[in-house]
Design a protein around this ligand. Structure first.
Ligand SMILES: [Zn+2]
Length: 185
């Protein structure tokens, strides 16, 4: 069976659900959006960081050059203490995998999306989520982008839940419903 809702290939979504929960999160995040939410996460003090590093890095936290220079580079000692602590926290929390292609393996984005969804599951709204990522990692996003990311996630889950039910995959349908409940809080 092959369902198509808007730009979303639901077969793809449910296939990913079967594979693993992390992959599913990524599928949810990308399904309705041409640009992934991780492309809309920015360094809060981008200008200061660039000047401390004495090189111009992109504003986007997940841009290749940012990951290379800021989070994996040798510029750490050039940063002030507060910034360095946050940068190290980000590296430890999101860039710690052993993949050959680290940090281009997709794990950092996947882990960050899970972080967003966990904040949502704790009951935080888009504004609060932006506040927390700012405190935790000195990152920011527009709360409108976070809101549409969460909305799109719920819509994708509703469609996937319906498909799972049609296919008779009741446990899958129940699992999706649980994730949706967290997201829609
Ligand atoms: Zn990885």
């Amino acid at each position: 069976m092959h369902f198509q809702v808007g730009a979303v290939d639901l077969k793809y979504v449910t296939t990913r659900v079967r594979l693993d929960r992390d992959g599913f999160y990524l599928a949810v995040s990308n399904a309705y959006q041409r640009v992934a939410i991780t492309d809309k996460i920015y360094l809060k003090n981008h200008r200061q960081i660039s000047s401390q590093l004495e090189t111009n890095i992109p504003k986007g936290a997940f841009k290749g050059a940012t990951l290379d220079i800021l989070f994996q580079g040798e510029g750490l000692e050039k940063l002030d203490d507060a910034t360095r602590d946050r940068v190290l926290d980000f590296s430890e929390d999101f860039l710690d995998c052993d993949c050959d292609h680290n940090p281009y393996c997709g794990c950092p984005e996947r882990k960050f999306i899970r972080y967003l969804l966990e904040l949502r599951a704790e009951g935080l709204g888009p504004d609060a989520i932006v506040d927390v990522m700012s405190d935790d990692y000195m990152l920011y996003a527009y709360s409108g982008d976070i809101l549409s990311f969460l909305d799109n996630g719920v819509r994708t889950l509703e469609a996937a839940e319906g498909l799972a039910r049609v296919e008779g995959a009741d446990d899958r349908s129940e699992e999706i419903r649980e994730v949706k409940r967290d997201l829609a809080k």
